[in-house]
Design a protein around this ligand. Structure first.
Ligand code: TXE
Length: 499
């Protein structure tokens, strides 16, 4: 087993106004290592007063030198930050893997890739241009500026802690906003180490603030604080709805990235050597704890038996174990309540009459008994109406649903309240061109699955979210357009008539 030194003796600090900060109450909470089931770090337990202090610091920073700094200088700081993150990538990956139990390979890939977001959006900082409008009034010059919103509250979940925060922080900072970031109470450790790099990179004090604590204790204050202009949230749809409602009170802008029930569709003409690992990577990589999990495999009936058999055989060989071991392919579930939820859905699926073809329980291997594991689980002959095909499980549970033709595949794929992602496997060029536009999903992958990039938009159709992250246009989620009118004709206004 890899070494797992405790961080527990080191009391970690939040970041408020550029300074390391304890909670004003002095309280901490334990963060757990999902592989050992034991507490391994102590994280400050922020209260409302800490949130207020962080928002105040962010609001002051927004009015300070950050506001008057040239966009090019802002971009350069972001590039320096990217370099620092690149240097720290390995350490950050280990912290993330310890804290949320996800595979070290996955966290390494993410932490090495994160700098690209800061480079990409840092590069965009001085390309935020206004427009000159050929206005229909003689002698009048009309132009627009794109301006930042103010303080952005970033609220992030436990599954990809730094990556999902980066998707918010990078565009928000490039646009000139300031930040209060609240990571998930289940995975705050990496955020607090990441936080140490902001000042080193040259961000003015207070531009980025980090408060750690429980959603039910401080989330509402952060969302409703009068000085917060925008809320950028990734998490479950139930919490997303609550955040949306709370933000509505202050008419705040929001982006929400919520759950999914994504279809990964295999046609009979697919290259099976690619499709089978593609189905597995869609669901069992990250132990199913990803919003874009391909949790519904839609398989054309003529190859249904063949695909199912190969899939089960392939998934059966997945190596379950220590997420810090690079050989491990399936790690633990991040939280105990989440494991209970996954096991609950497995019994619901059995109760609904789905055919359990693999897994379904806690592994019997005593060497990993302390970890919060669930076996990779596959259900066959699932009907689209079953709860296991409709609700987000967020665990290593795959439902296989047969279909006859393209129309039925599209109908089943779209038969959900969600619309985050979809995958399809086919060698037929016409089908590959035709189908993506019929799928109600923000991202469609053809003969590939689960790819993301700073360059390409990410977000949900239907109840999978509001707004987009990533890609050039994501920066507009953090800007507002101002229209400026100048009378260049020296005319005298007519006092009682609209111009
Ligand atoms: O997420 P929450 P949870 C789904 C997945 C999972 C379910 C619940 O199905 O089983 O959500 O997971 C903060 N005001 N996803 O409970 O509650 C919270 O502290 C403001 C999908 O862990 O959504 C954390 O920082 N904030 C998903 C963040 O919201 C509040 C990723 C997300 O936690 C708050 C994770 C409140 N009232 C889970 N209450 C995805 N889309 O990738 C909580 N929070």
């Amino acid at each position: 087993m890899t070494t797992r030194p405790p961080l527990a003796t080191e009391k970690l600090s939040m970041l408020i106004g550029g300074r390391p900060a304890a909670a004003q109450s002095g309280d901490f909470f334990e963060s757990f290592d999902p592989f050992t089931g034991k507490a391994w770090a102590l994280v400050p337990r922020a209260g409302v007063a800490d949130v207020d202090a962080a928002v105040q610091a962010a609001a002051a920073a927004f009015r300070g030198e950050w506001r008057t700094m040239t966009p090019s200088a802002r971009g350069q700081i972001m590039t320096r930050f990217a370099d620092l993150v690149a240097e720290e990538a390995e350490n950050l990956a280990v912290l993330e893997s310890r804290d949320n139990g996800k595979l070290i390979n996955e966290m390494r890939m993410q932490c090495k890739y994160i700098p690209q977001w800061f480079r990409f959006f840092g590069g965009l900082a001085d390309k935020i241009e206004g427009r000159v409008i050929p206005i229909d009034k003689p002698g009048v010059f009309n132009y627009t500026r794109r301006e930042p919103l103010g303080v952005v509250a970033a609220i992030t979940p436990w599954n990809s802690p730094l990556m999902l925060a980066t998707w918010k922080l990078a565009p928000a900072l490039a646009a000139g906003n300031t930040i209060v970031w609240k990571p998930s109470e289940f995975s705050s450790v990496s955020a607090l180490f990441f936080g140490r790099l902001f000042e080193k990179a040259g961000f003015p004090k207070g531009v980025v603030n980090i408060v750690t604590g429980f959603g039910h204790e401080i989330g509402d204050r952060l969302v409703t604080h009068p000085d917060v202009a925008k809320v950028a949230f990734t998490g479950g749809d139930a919490t997303g709805r609550r955040v949306y409602q709370a933000a509505a009170g202050g008419l705040k802008k929001v982006t929400l990235e919520l759950g999914g029930k994504s279809a990964n569709i295999v046609f009979a003409d697919a290259k099976m050597e690619a499709a089978i690992p593609g189905l597995v990577s869609g669901i069992f990589a990250a132990t199913g704890q990803t919003c874009i999990a391909g949790s519904r495999a839609l398989v054309q009936r003529s190859v249904y038996d063949q695909v199912t058999e190969k899939l089960v055989a392939f998934a059966r060989t997945a190596k379950i174990g220590d997420p810090l071991d690079p050989e491990t392919q399936v790690g633990p579930i991040t939280t105990l309540p989440q494991r209970a939820k996954v096991l609950d859905y497995i019994s619901i699926a059995n109760g609904e009459g789905a055919a359990q073809l693999l897994g379904g329980k806690i592994p019997e291997d005593t060497s990993i008994a302390d970890g919060w594991f669930v076996e990779p689980t596959i259900f066959g002959n699932v009907k689209s109406s079953m709860r296991i095909a409709q609700e987000e499980v967020f665990g290593p549970v795959l439902s296989i649903i047969p279909f006859d033709d393209e129309d039925e595949a599209v109908a089943i794929a779209n038969d959900t309240i969600y619309g985050l992602a979809a995958g399809m496997w086919t060698q037929n060029l016409g089908r590959a061109m035709r189908l993506p536009e019929r799928l109600e999903a923000g991202m469609v992958w053809v003969n590939m699955y689960r790819a993301t990039s700073p360059l390409s938009p990410f977000g949900g159709y239907k109840q999978s979210g509001i707004g987009r992250e990533n890609g050039q246009t994501a920066i507009y989620e953090y800007l507002q357009e101002k229209s400026i009118w100048i009378d260049a004709g020296n005319s005298i206004p007519a006092p009682f008539v609209q111009r």
